[in-house]
Design a protein. Structure first.
Length: 100
């Protein structure tokens, strides 16, 4: 937790302290494990989409699975690129940016 003394004054005349809580890890294990889990899920969905190609038209969902796999693959790819090529999140006046 991080504590910051603010300019605000409480009822007793003392200063107010604002506390920020955050969760972090000192190792890269959790990030790699979450990406590996997502890749396993994407591979499983790919197998399901491939197996459901020749199913009756009333139950055909392979094109929706393919669209989901494609979009999630792009998100995992972008996450991996940000992780492996470094970069830190920088807050600026226009929003949030990634700096190298």
């Amino acid at each position: 937790a991080e504590a910051v003394l603010t300019d605000a004054v409480n009822d007793g005349g003392g200063g107010k302290v604002q506390t920020f809580h955050f969760c972090a890890s000192s190792t890269k294990y959790w990030h790699i494990a979450s990406m590996a889990y997502l890749i396993v899920l994407l591979l499983t969905a790919t197998v399901l989409a491939t197996q459901s190609r020749n199913v009756d038209a009333g139950f055909k969902e392979s094109k929706y699975l393919a669209a989901m796999i494609y979009s999630h693959f792009l998100f995992v790819l972008l996450r991996s690129l940000m992780f492996f090529f470094g970069g830190k999140v920088v807050k600026n006046n226009w929003g949030v940016a990634v700096a190298g």
